[in-house]
Ligand binder design. Structure first.
Ligand SMILES: Nc1ncnc2c1ncn2[C@@H]1O[C@H](COP(=O)(O)OP(=O)(O)OP(=O)(O)O)[C@@H](O)[C@H]1O
Length: 223
């Protein structure tokens, strides 16, 4: 199955001499071209869910399939390659490099993949234009951009490798309500345009309602 699939995922953390169950038999399927919001309060396991989906954490049991590929048997190197090629990740705080312009942030992604920055330029320009970064703003460094614009660069950068799966952690936390709503709408649009299986975690129900569907995470259980 394409997209992202979690089957009966259990994740525990050590907690003194016991273990704390953070994800409790979580199953979900995110199809290509759909935006799924996972909403839940602080501590419900949202970041842990994304870390497991990103193959950054290995679950205690259950399966994680990325673009149809079972991630269980992957070596660390194969998991790194899968993340680089198939998974885009948008963190809460845009972790952009302070010294690079918006365009250069994307060109650096080309470089990471063994493509020259010059060869990556047209794609970088197209992607930035598609998230609304035009009129010279693509040549600005992060401190010369607004919080919403920085998040747009972050999203464009995550799309650079044409990922099958896009994982988004609280993309609106640094933004006021209107800018946050526009970022969620942008995520819905890029999800359709790039046919990504997008999972966005948020504690904000209003933003979650703008997604194609909303799932609730409560104490590690998804419903
Ligand atoms: N490395 C860790 N070791 C032990 N416990 C952890 C670890 N990381 C998270 N936890 C615990 O797992 C639970 C879920 O944490 P998680 O960060 O996934 O929640 P969250 O829903 O993303 O919260 P928030 O909205 O506050 O970011 C919490 O009880 C947290 O204390």
């Amino acid at each position: 199955m394409n997209g992202l699939t979690l089957q009966d995922v259990v994740l525990t953390y050590p907690d003194g001499d016991r273990r704390l169950t953070t994800l409790d038999r979580v199953s979900l399927h995110a199809a290509p071209g759909t935006l799924t919001a996972v909403v839940g309060p602080s501590g419900s396991g949202k970041s842990s869910l994304l870390a497991v989906a990103a193959t950054l954490l290995r679950p205690d049991s259950g399966r994680v399939l990325v673009a149809g590929r079972d991630t269980a048997g992957l070596s660390p190197r194969q998991a790194t390659e899968l993340r680089r090629d198939r998974i885009g990740i948008v963190f809460q705080q845009p972790n952009l490099l302070a010294s690079l312009t918006a365009l250069e942030q994307l060109q650096a992604m080309a470089h990471l993949r063994g493509v020259s920055a010059k060869a990556g330029l047209p794609r970088a320009e197209r992607l930035l234009a598609s998230v609304g970064l035009t009129d010279g703003r693509q040549h600005r460094r992060p401190h010369q951009l607004s919080g919403g614009e920085r998040q747009r660069v972050n999203i464009a950068r995550a799309l650079f490798a044409e990922p099958a799966v896009l994982l988004v952690d609280e993309p609106t936390s640094a933004l006021d309500h209107d800018r946050g709503a526009r970022i969620v709408d942008l995520l819905a649009a890029v999800t359709r345009d790039h046919d990504t299986a997008t999972v966005m975690v948020t504690h904000d129900r209003g933003f979650a309602a703008r997604a194609d569907r909303t799932l609730e995470l409560t104490d590690g259980r998804l419903s």
